[in-house]
Design a protein around this ligand. Structure first.
Ligand code: 5GP
Length: 113
């Protein structure tokens, strides 16, 4: 049997997390290793390993994830913030369950490392 990812364990209530939002499609947690004063992860309940695995059937879900990203950013008083999806090893993805990073509360640099 394939081992559950940490995010699936959090969704299933098997691992604790600081949950700041949840609805029928996703949950938002604080990153355990924050890279900015506010670092949130928007995680779909649906198990999708990576952005490259989405299809047309995920159109509504993907839109929802971005709407929620903005909603939680506003809730945390972030007027400026960065949204990141790491897709694949070379891009820095470490957890194989699609998630959207929301980072804010400090000045950001570009290009990212
Ligand atoms: P990725 O590198 O895949 O884009 O992002 C994975 C993120 O998940 C990392 O920023 C990492 O700190 C975070 N993370 C990994 N394990 C846990 C965990 O058990 N709990 C929480 N809250 N975040 C985690």
């Amino acid at each position: 049997m394939v081992e559950k990812t940490v995010f699936k364990k959090i969704i299933d209530g098997e691992l604790p997390a600081d949950v700041v939002h949840q609805d029928d499609l996703c949950l938002v947690i604080r990153d355990i290793n924050p890279q900015a004063p506010v670092h949130l992860l928007v995680i779909p309940r649906k198990e999708i390993p990576s952005l490259r695995d989405v299809g047309p059937e995920d159109r509504e879900l993907l839109g929802h994830l971005l709407l929620v990203a903005n909603q939680v950013a506003q809730h945390h008083k972030l007027s400026d913030y960065r949204v990141v999806i790491n897709c694949g090893l070379e891009a820095g993805q470490t957890v194989w369950h699609l998630h959207v990073h929301v980072l804010g509360g400090r000045e950001m640099q570009w290009p990212p490392g």
